[in-house]
Design a protein around this ligand. Structure first.
Ligand code: 26A
Length: 339
């Protein structure tokens, strides 16, 4: 049996992606760059956009995008992805997209719920994501504990968790976090969206002690600062407060890496702050920015899996993000590019 080096956990979603006008976002009171859980009032969106011109179905789910991107760069059978789906066409589409890069899925299948979907509403260079989790909301830690799955967990040496999964099963995240801490394995958490540190503050605070590497963007770290009563608006200061939180695995120091769109990526340790400029793409090369952050995380995580330094891994992350935003949706180019 092959042993996967990287295990990812998240919410598998199919993205229904379409270009919309500002008026459509306003109709549903959506920000032009955000990710939210669908409320009752958002549910008509899915039917409406399926009828719009140019609509596309693409594999999504933030951590699944990262898992696909990491496998895209790594040797065969390096990455296994866990999440929950229905027994339907959407799940088949996701499995197909994962297979195309060689990503192994260990889905938990739900009889009574459909595969989750995300309306990816593209407006200029921004994306507004509205998610109906459906089956993804029913992932259970017991799935990880099945002997054939736990064997995969035990073989891995890096874990990547989508913060979005805090809305589903913080228990599953804790289970993996404890394992990683006990075995001194790398445990990475992406904050995923500004609402996570606010609406899921308690769940986030509970798992942070297991986290070696926080990956997030500028709006997510700012929202962490606001929800955690940090007075400073300086993003480095907020990152420092995350660095100073208690840690289960004392053999590794925590680090924080945050991206800022085309602004420089910051990498903080307790000792230093380093910044890495982003090479700006000409705007006519950008297809859309849906999944840019996931692609950054993918390149970054793949670098770490290969034993590269954080600095080098950040550069791989920036490179993969620039490739992904030249594709439609959270995808990667074929023929395969190498760093
Ligand atoms: C719980 N929520 C809201 C979500 C998501 C999500 N993935 C997991 N859980 N909301 C949006 N996404 C995904 O984010 C990707 C872009 O970063 C979308 O499916 C999209 O592919």
């Amino acid at each position: 049996m092959s042993s996967f080096k990287l295990v990812c956990l998240g919410n598998p979603l199919l993205d229904i992606q379409v270009d919309v006008g500002k008026d459509y976002l306003e109709k549903y009171e959506l920000k032009d760059n955000d990710a939210i859980l669908a409320a009752e009032k958002h549910l008509p969106i899915y039917k409406e956009i399926l009828e719009m011109k140019g609509v596309k179905l693409v594999a999504g789910g933030a951590a699944q995008n990262t898992a696909r991107g990491a496998q895209y760069l790594l040797p065969e059978n390096s990455v296994a992805y866990f999440g929950s789906v229905g027994k339907d066409l959407y799940a088949e589409k996701l499995t197909e997209a994962n297979k195309s890069v060689g990503l192994t899925t260990r889905y938990m299948y739900q009889d009574d719920f459909a595969t989750g979907k995300c309306a990816a509403l593209i407006y200029k260079n921004n994306r507004s994501l509205v998610t109906d989790l459906a089956a993804a909301n029913h992932f259970k830690p017991s799935h990880l504990q099945k002997p054939e799955n736990w064997a995969v967990v035990e073989d891995a040496n890096v874990f990547y968790i989508g913060g979005f999964h805090l809305t589903v099963s913080p228990e599953a995240i804790e289970l993996l976090g404890k394992h990683a801490a006990d075995k001194n394995k790398i445990f990475i958490l992406n904050f995923s969206a500004p609402f996570i540190p606010i609406a899921f503050k308690d769940a986030l605070d509970k798992v942070l002690k297991y986290v070696d590497i926080v990956v997030c963007n500028e709006t997510e770290i700012a929202s962490y600062g606001e929800s955690h009563g940090i007075e400073s608006k300086d993003l480095d200061e907020i990152a420092k407060s995350i660095l100073s939180l208690p840690k289960a695995n004392t053999k590794r120091d925590r680090v924080v890496v945050f991206t800022q769109g085309t602004g420089p990526t910051h990498y903080l340790t307790a000792q230093s702050i380093k910044t890495y400029p982003v090479k700006k793409l000409e705007s006519d090369k950008i297809a859309d920015t849906n999944g840019a952050g996931d692609a950054f995380a993918a390149g970054f995580t793949a670098g770490l899996v290969e034993g590269k330094s954080i600095e080098e891994s950040i550069k791989i992350g920036q490179w993969l993000a620039s490739l992904s935003i030249q594709e439609v949706g959270p995808s990667y180019p074929f023929p395969k590019q190498t760093y």
